[in-house]
Design a protein around this ligand. Structure first.
Ligand code: NDP
Ligand code: 8X3
Length: 250
């Protein structure tokens, strides 16, 4: 039977590459993000209307999230894999200089929004008695770095919530795993540094960072494991970045 993946943050970076890969491999895809235009571009890869459901969704809005998952069309009601990936970093200032709006946005998206989606989909997967939730954490949730403060804390929360969700979900036959990537060149740094291209480009200068395809391939691998296998955690780093604080640049 054709399987279904639900992807949050499908308008760019990891989520977009993952949506493209799964569509090319004939999975059904539920693609979610706030920006609808990039989601609509995915339609070019869908073989039929029944293969792709796109919807503009702000994960920070609990009501929107809950209503969306409660009213899925019949052909998308069964979800085999959730890639719970929408998230962002805002700023990289030391704590005493931080913009409090940035803190609110990261916490509301990376923790609260992440949880709203997880709760809604875990409810569906419990009914099914199967499914795999793949959460996007980060190396920043494992190694702290100067200016990483609140972003790192939100990703440490993803790590801990993934563990506790897994303890509960295993009782329903549902798997929960977390991927924790290092530096990857997506829109991430442009968002973090308020669309400053020079600062954003400098992050990836002189070494080969990860890219969206590296992560999409990992999600593909996880999604195709037999049901009795649950990979709980994967830390995925560029070879030149052995931890969050060390990058060997040429
Ligand atoms: P991108 O900025 O390219 O993608 C982020 C995605 O999240 C976009 O599709 C964006 O869509 C979506 N998003 C952000 N806020 C919301 C919201 N409120 N509601 C719905 N969707 C939202 O970055 P990445 O692909 O790199 O990031 C994906 C995840 O990976 C994030 O959780 C990030 O923290 C994490 N990560 C990134 C790393 C990196 O170095 N790039 C490394 C480790 C982890 P839209 O704006 O259209 O809503
Ligand atoms: C993104 C990786 O190291 O820029 O989560 O925080 S890092």
């Amino acid at each position: 039977m054709q399987k279904t993946v639900c992807i949050t943050g499908a308008s760019s970076g990891f989520g977009k590459c993952t949506a493209e890969l799964f569509l090319k491999n004939n999975w059904k895809v539920i693609a979610l993000a706030r920006r609808i235009e990039p989601l609509n571009e995915l339609k070019l890869l869908a073989g039929s209307e029944d293969q792709l459901l796109v919807h503009s969704l702000d994960v920070q809005n609990e009501k929107e999230v809950t209503t969306f998952f409660q009213s899925l069309p019949t052909s998308f009601k069964h979800i085999d894999v959730l890639f719970n990936n929408a998230g962002l970093s805002r700023g990289k200032d030391e704590l005493i200089h931080a913009n409090l709006d940035h803190w609110e946005e990261m916490i509301d998206t990376n923790i609260k929004g992440f949880l709203y989606v997880a709760k809604a989909v875990l409810t569906i997967m419990k009914e099914q008695g199967s499914g795999y939730i793949i959460n996007t954490g980060s190396v920043a949730g494992r190694n702290s770095y100067v200016g990483g403060n609140v972003y790192g804390a939100t990703k440490a929360a993803v790590k801990m919530l993934s563990e506790s969700m897994r303890l509960e979900a295993a009782a329903y036959g549902v798997r929960v795993g977390e991927i924790a990537p290092g530096a990857a060149e997506t829109e991430f740094s442009m968002v973090r540094f308020d669309q400053n291209k020079e600062t954003s480009d400098a992050v990836y200068k002189g070494f080969m960072p990860l890219n969206g395809h590296d992560i999409a391939n990992t999600v593909w691998f996880l999604s195709n494991l037999p049901e009795h296998v649950c990979i709980q955690e994967l830390v995925i780093m560029p070879t030149a970045q052995p931890n969050a604080n060390v990058v060997y640049r040429k």
